[in-house]
Write a protein that binds this ligand. Structure first.
Ligand SMILES: Cc1cc2nc3c(=O)[nH]c(=O)nc-3n(C[C@H](O)[C@H](O)[C@H](O)COP(=O)(O)OP(=O)(O)OC[C@H]3O[C@@H](n4cnc5c(N)ncnc54)[C@H](O)[C@@H]3O)c2cc1C
Length: 430
């Protein structure tokens, strides 16, 4: 595979961009007259917070409001490190203070419940209604709770955590791992495509195996997968052989990985090959676009939101733009980096559409590191071109860690993953 741009340069390209532009402001912009336009953003995660930050950077005269119920956002990236005991919850926590105080973004901690695309209003759970000229939706994913017999949201919040959004779920799964008896197994049920962060179930298996190796040496991780293949598979399997021989067992859908039902009371997972008992069971349900997007009629039969690839405007409702995991964004994976770069590209598009200056610098990209153990990481990255014809891979930017990577190179990737995290979270929440 071509490797013309190093990952460090690629990372710089993604997270510097218009950040270094002369439009950067250090104070809260004053809005002396009526705003040039009102943008309401649903969701203050990777896509929504980035779009808000860059809209204000590019044109402070635009009024930008984020609707987000959480006052503290815990990132899914690095939540697997917390499960392995390598990072704390504090390390993955981000607030909206910088967006509010430095950039003048209005943050409304509430949940959007109804969108009226004709009147251009968003109704909030707390009773308020917000008017917009453009609506940006980055609500992430929703979980299909009844896809597996016996599973439910209630089971996910108690005995069999899903931990596919970070925060209380991360803490619950970590607590269960700490309480696991040595010799009991951890089962991870991985969903079919497409879902948020295709590599994350396997990074999770690796870092749980790291924890077990050190603290529960008689236990192992079993991955029951609804798929036949998964991303970076050869690299993960090579790593498991080297780091955790016999401790990570992966079963594909056709070899006993397809989960038919679960029994949360007995802590049993059933497949057509029989029952498997777990001390800890992490069920990652199949996914679709965040519920508000589905309720607003923005999703198609795939469960995800079709958009005009040139500007992320919904093809189902004019004036509403969908980015991040919820969107059908060509060949881009559902990743934090993808959502962040989409947020920037959309901000530039909107500023131009309101008559401002589009600085033209909005590269789309994805960069995904997976840590298998301290000092051992692998990655996949790629740039994407965006036009009315679609969002497509730029072939010479695609990079995958080599199967021949040396110990130093793998350790270099682990260091770079920390730089990546710092860069993307600063680029998103400030
Ligand atoms: C375990 C794990 C590890 C991961 N690791 C990586 C990684 O290493 N690198 C990477 O690039 N990606 C990673 N990801 C993927 C990444 O987390 C997502 O792709 C990214 O968060 C998507 O951004 P988003 O803006 O679409 O959604 P989110 O970041 O989830 O933000 C959505 C926000 O919308 C809010 N919201 C939803 N509905 C409403 C509503 N009705 N009203 C108001 N607000 C609402 C939610 O509260 C949430 O805060 C990982 C994911 C997981 C699960």
């Amino acid at each position: 595979m071509g490797n013309t741009i190093s990952r460090r340069d690629f990372s710089k390209m993604l997270f510097s961009g218009i950040a270094g532009s002369s439009l950067f402001l250090s104070g809260v912009p004053l809005m002396a007259s009526a705003p040039k336009a009102r943008v309401v953003i649903i969701g203050g995660g990777f896509g929504g917070a980035t779009a808000a930050r860059y809209l204000k950077k590019l044109d402070p005269a635009i009024s930008v409001t984020i609707v987000e119920p959480k006052t503290v956002f815990h990132t899914c990236p690095m939540s697997n490190w917390v499960l392995g005991g390598l990072k704390s919850m504090q390390d993955i926590a981000h607030t909206y203070n910088v967006l509010r105080q430095r950039y003048g973004v209005q943050i409304v901690h509430d949940t959007a419940t109804v969108i009226d695309p004709v009147k251009k209003t968003v109704k909030l759970k707390g009773g308020r209604s917000l008017a917009y000229d453009r609506l940006v939706m980055s609500p992430g994913v929703d979980f299909i709770w009844d896809a597996v017999e016996g599973y439910s949201r209630q089971a996910g919040e108690t005995s069999m955590p899903y931990a596919w959004e970070a925060g209380a779920q991360t803490q619950l799964l970590r607590k269960q791992l700490l309480a696991l008896k040595d010799g009991e197994n951890v089962i991870i049920c991985a969903p079919k495509n497409s879902f948020r962060c295709p590599a994350a179930p396997y990074e999770r298996a690796s870092l749980i195996a790291y924890y077990l190796k050190n603290f529960k040496p008689k236990s192992k991780v079993i991955i029951l997968d609804d798929k036949e293949v998964f991303t970076k598979q050869d690299l993960f399997m090579l790593g498991w052989d080297r780091l955790y021989p016999g401790r990570v067992e992966w079963r594909s859908g056709s070899t006993g990985g397809k989960v038919e039902r679960v029994d949360p009371a007995k802590m049993i997972v059933s497949t057509e090959f029989g029952d498997e008992k777990g001390g800890v069971i992490n069920v990652i349900p199949p996914q679709r676009a965040g519920r508000i997007a589905v309720d607003a009629g923005l999703a198609d039969a795939s469960g995800w939101c079709p958009v005009n690839p040139a500007n992320f405007e919904s093809t189902l409702h004019a004036g509403i733009h969908v980015i991040g995991d919820a969107a059908l964004a060509g060949t881009m994976p559902k990743s934090g980096t993808a959502a962040n770069t989409q947020g920037k590209a959309l901000a530039a598009e909107l500023v131009a559409s309101f008559g401002g200056k589009d600085n033209g610098d909005h590269n789309l990209g994805s960069l995904c590191y997976s840590l298998l153990a301290p000092g051992y990481a692998i990655s996949v990255s790629g740039g994407y071109s965006q036009s009315a014809e679609g969002i497509k891979d730029i072939p010479n930017t695609i990079h995958l860690t080599s199967m021949e990577a040396t110990t130093d190179e793998l350790s270099g990737e682990a260091k770079q993953s920390l730089h990546w995290y710092k860069g993307i979270t600063e680029d998103t929440w400030g």
